[in-house]
Each structure stands twice: as C-alpha cells, then as structure tokens.
Design a protein around this ligand. Structure first.
Ligand SMILES: CC(C)(COP(=O)(O)OP(=O)(O)OC[C@H]1O[C@@H](n2cnc3c(N)ncnc32)[C@H](O)[C@@H]1OP(=O)(O)O)[C@@H](O)C(=O)NCCC(=O)NCCS
Length: 146
C-alpha cells in the first residue's frame, strides 16, 4: 500500500485533481473529528504532518494527521480516518504505522484523544487508555519503540 505525504496548507489549488484531494482530506478530518460540518478554514491554519492512502479509483481513501513536539519528546495523533467503504482493509494500520515510524526519532511517547468507537483500533496499534477525556472520548498513549 503506497503512503503519500500530503500538504494541506499548500494553496496551489489550480488543478481539479488537487481540489478534489483537498476536499477529501478535509472531509476525512471532519469524520475523524466527529462532524462533517467543521469549517475547512480550521484545517488550513493547522500544522503538522499529513499522510494519505488512495483507493483503487485513485481517490484518497484514508488519512492520518499528526504533530511532533520534539522539544518535549512527544507527539500527538490529531486525526485518522478511512472512508466507510474502504474500512477493515488495513488502510488505517498502514497509515498509523507510517506515522509512528515518522515520529520515533523525535518523540518517546505519542498521545491521542480517541472516540470510544475507535479505541479498539488504537488498542490494536499498541495504545493503552490513560484516562477518560470526555463522555465520548478517552486519552490514549503509546510508548514509541526505539
Ligand atoms: C478507526 C478507523 C480509522 C479504522 O480504519 P480501518 O482502515 O478500517 O482500520 P484497519 O483495517 O487498518 O484495522 C486495523 C485493525 O484494527 C481493527 N479495527 C479497525 N476498526 C475497528 C473498530 N472500529 N473496532 C474494532 N476493531 C477495529 C481491525 O479489525 C484490524 O484488526 P486486525 O489487524 O487484527 O485485523 C476507521 O474506522 C474510521 O475512519 N473511523 C471513523 C473516524 C474515527 O473515529 N477516527 C478516529 C478518531 S479518534
């Protein structure tokens, strides 16, 4: 499975393909955030790393967004989402593995605020529950292998 870097903040939205990719990444960010109605502007101001995987139709089928805070030796998974019709085929596992590999040299621990529904996926990826965060989410963490 090919994982691509994706720069959401590049404003070169000239091509229709690029516009479609940006729209799809924003849609996936909305799904990860628990709402499809979030304002795109929020994400344009965002920072961090985005990785994407395309489906057989070459449209983006999944994305992970993470930040590394190297001075604190920690990282955070901000969003991870896979299109509903592409789930349970290992896309999120591939994206998460790539993200974890990308942060290992700069961080010792990775945190994530996780919806209860997604917690079993994170557990499969080696995260454990630190504490309840809100009624709908838990704070999870994983010590990064060196
Ligand atoms: C969570 C999510 C990203 C998983 O994506 P996916 O591509 O279907 O996951 P994968 O196929 O890579 O699954 C990897 C492993 O986790 C398991 N898994 C995935 N989703 C699961 C779920 N909801 N419940 C239990 N296990 C799950 C898979 O069975 C697989 O296990 P295996 O390796 O033993 O076979 C996807 O369901 C999603 O986009 N959910 C909505 C957005 C969301 O909640 N994101 C998290 C924000 S906190």
């Amino acid at each position: 499975m090919l994982v691509e870097n994706f720069c959401l903040t590049e404003m070169d939205q000239e091509s229709a393909a690029r516009r479609a990719d940006v729209a799809q990444v924003l849609r996936l960010c909305g799904i990860a955030a628990g709402s499809e109605a979030l304002a795109p502007e929020r994400f344009y101001m965002d920072y961090g790393e985005y990785r994407v995987v395309r489906g057989p139709d070459s449209e983006i089928a999944g994305m992970v967004h993470y930040d590394v805070f190297s001075e604190r030796r920690c990282a955070k998974i901000e969003d991870i989402a896979v299109d509903e019709d592409a789930r349970y085929r290992g896309i999120a596992r591939t994206l998460m593995t790539t993200a974890l590999e990308g942060m290992t040299s700069q961080a010792d621990i990775v945190l994530a605020s996780v919806w209860h529904d997604a917690a079993p996926f994170y557990q499969k990826m080696g995260f454990t529950v630190e504490r309840e965060a809100t009624e709908r989410s838990v704070l999870m963490a994983k010590v990064l292998d060196k």
